[in-house]
Ligand binder design. Structure first.
Ligand code: GKE
Length: 336
């Protein structure tokens, strides 16, 4: 367990960053938290943390300021979202390269002891994800490089930047390739939401309006592995404390199609079967993506625990509660 350390979390106002802040704070660390979002858009905001709201880490001066005297730095910051966002905002996504680059330079100058970079399954070669049910992606499948355009290229490039900062300057790095993380205190509307939150929201709305149908992007046969946030945080911290410095999958073994995920949401919320309206012109991303977890099981002795039915129920309940608070307005977290 990491305890008694001074830790900077960049992207702390976001989904994974917020949960990580909570955990590291509870474990007895001193946390400095920074995010480009203004205070009102942070998903989680803790009093006993030094919070830097509206701080743009693309500016190296900000990176230099907040990395001073830190033991560890977690870079959880990037301009991202689900397929609806990353397919239509490639230039925005690629600019996150400045966050990682400037942070690494500042970490080198301020002699940080260890650095974490949150990469993504979008770094994997697209041509290996063209079938509905694929073998899980192994870490080697990122090369030869042909990642998701925009967002995936940024992740792959930044992974490599981490590697070279370690090789050339001796900064220990840890890099996780996250496979579609979901759970409470994340985006569920406004355009950046990923499939689990979007589909929960749509089922909630159908129930609220006594509607008998929901809209689904694509034909619903596309597959993914989704990982609940608590498992993600546990895997992340185990990786951070390990001596493994190459990029590694943090994902589940539970590969499902989008249609199967909707069935799970209906089952755990006792919703009667909704008619699916398939929208084939919406962003679909790769046809099939899943995480091979052989390496992570071997080097971290870690595997996911929370199954989709449990995780989706918790996510659904949280989103429902938030939507009840908001009425018909956009979520209080959505900066539109
Ligand atoms: N967002 C969204 N909203 N997706 C939907 C919806 C909907 O209402 N209905 C069906 N889908 C389908 C999408 O068309 C896509 O095929 C699949 O669900 C998953 O979409 P997603 O959750 O938005 O994102 P992806 O798994 O394709 O990609 C995400 O991968 C992560 C890493 O595994 C990325 O957007 C990144 O958020 C992330 O790095």
């Amino acid at each position: 367990m990491i305890k008694g350390k001074k830790i900077l979390i960049v992207g702390a106002g976001g989904f994974i960053g917020g949960h990580l802040t909570n955990r590291l704070l509870n474990d007895g660390n001193t946390i400095v938290a920074a995010d480009i979002k203004p205070k009102e858009y942070w998903f989680q905001d803790f009093d006993n943390v030094e919070n830097h709201y509206s701080m743009d880490m693309k500016d190296i001066n900000n990176c230099r300021l907040v990395t001073k005297k830190m033991d560890f730095v977690f870079n959880m910051a990037c301009n991202m979202g689900g397929m609806g966002f990353i397919e239509n905002n490639k230039a925005e996504c690629m600019q996150s390269v400045l966050i990682n680059t400037n942070l690494l330079i500042a970490c080198k100058e301020n002699e940080i002891k260890k650095y974490f970079f949150s990469s993504s399954a979008c770094a994997y070669n697209k041509t290996k994800q063209q079938e509905v049910f694929i073998e899980g992606l192994k870490e080697d499948d990122a090369y030869p490089a042909d990642p998701e355009d925009g967002y995936g290229w940024e992740k792959l490039f930044s992974e490599r930047m981490c590697r070279h900062f370690m090789e050339d300057y001796g900064i220990p790095v840890r890099v996780a390739r996250y496979h579609n993380i979901y759970g409470p205190y994340g985006t569920y509307d406004g355009g950046r939401e990923k499939a689990p939150a979007a589909l929960c929201r749509k089922v909630i709305m159908a129930n609220k309006n006594s509607d008998d149908k929901i809209e689904v992007w694509g034909d619903g046969m596309q597959t993914r592995t989704f990982l609940y946030i608590d498992d993600c945080i546990e895997g992340t911290l185990r990786l951070f404390e390990s001596d493994y410095s190459d990029p590694i999958n943090i994902g589940s073994d539970e590969q499902v199609s989008i249609n199967q995920m909707i069935e799970i949401i209906e089952a755990v919320t006792k919703t009667k079967k909704l008619k699916r309206i398939y929208q084939l012109d919406k962003p679909k991303g790769v046809r099939g993506r899943s995480s091979n977890n052989d390496l992570v099981k071997k080097v971290l002795n870690w595997s996911f625990k929370i199954k989709l039915n449990e995780g989706l129920k918790k996510t659904y309940d949280w989103i429902k509660e938030e939507m009840n608070k908001q009425g018909t307005n956009l979520s209080r977290f959505t900066k539109s």
